[in-house]
Design a protein around this ligand. Sequence first.
Ligand code: ATP
Length: 299
Amino acid sequence: MLEISELRKRFAGGPGAPEGKLALDGIGFTVRPGEMFGFVGANGAGKTTTMRIVMGVLQADSGSVSWQGRPLTYEDRRRFGYMPEERGLYQKMRVAEQIEYFGRLHGLSGSRAAQATSALIERLGLGERRGDAVESLSLGNQQRVQLAVALVHDPEVLILDEPFSGLDPLAVDTLATALQERCRGGVPVIFSSHQLDLVERLCDSVGIVSSGRMVASGTVAGLRAAEGGMLRVVVREPAPGWADGLPGELTAEDGRQVLLVDATGDGQEILRRAMKAGHVEHFGVEQPTLTEIFKEAVA
Ligand SMILES: Nc1ncnc2c1ncn2[C@@H]1O[C@H](COP(=O)(O)OP(=O)(O)OP(=O)(O)O)[C@@H](O)[C@H]1O
């Protein structure tokens, strides 16, 4: 289990802002084996800083990161897979050569690195580009190579900073499937993303960070249940004034009236009134999307 606890980090200020920038203000969360954790937050919320601290690229002012119940070491980090925000490929190096090279850096033998490289090239759909220099690849293919580099040594943990940004839907699916396979094999995966529909689709749990603090976390289902949801009632050609005095918001569209009301109220009374007023086409509770939960949490 990877445990991130109470991390604080202030970046040094300049002449205009001597107090510096408090990037992390006590952030903490836990990711279990086989769990895919979506790390979301507005620009500048502190996601990259957190991941850099986990990977030892930056040092926290206080707080801790532990793996399997003890403080994370340099050796542990070598067994992690990391996709940094700034990416980190050698542009002139060829695809296969590059992935193999990173495999060797992480301690694989030449033959194991070559074997793992071939499997990943196949898995990530890079077969036709294996001999090409990275600089000649499209952004999406460069990102596939970057993921291959993060996966080549069969990492114990995966930390990925916006792995899906700028990818077309097919590339998203290829990368997502590769991550899900690792996850099913017991690897904890943390990835940051602004694509909340994707996070909702892929992740077992989500952490919403705002101004360096975790403002909501849990399973998507748990976060939705906590939020409550809205009751949506659609009535075709209802008698005028049927919803007078009812709470919520009433709108008209195509001869129908739509009432949207907090689902915690008396739904039965609303249903009775709606059925008396006209033909009820829809009556159901709609759970908030992750985007709605996110907006509420960071407001
Ligand atoms: N090296 C640095 N020096 C000074 N301030 C920094 C540095 N790195 C990050 N910051 C500041 O720390 C805050 C958190 O930045 P961070 O990159 O962690 O956010 P983020 O959530 O990853 O944002 P994004 O979604 O835009 O990538 C921001 O206000 C940023 O400007």
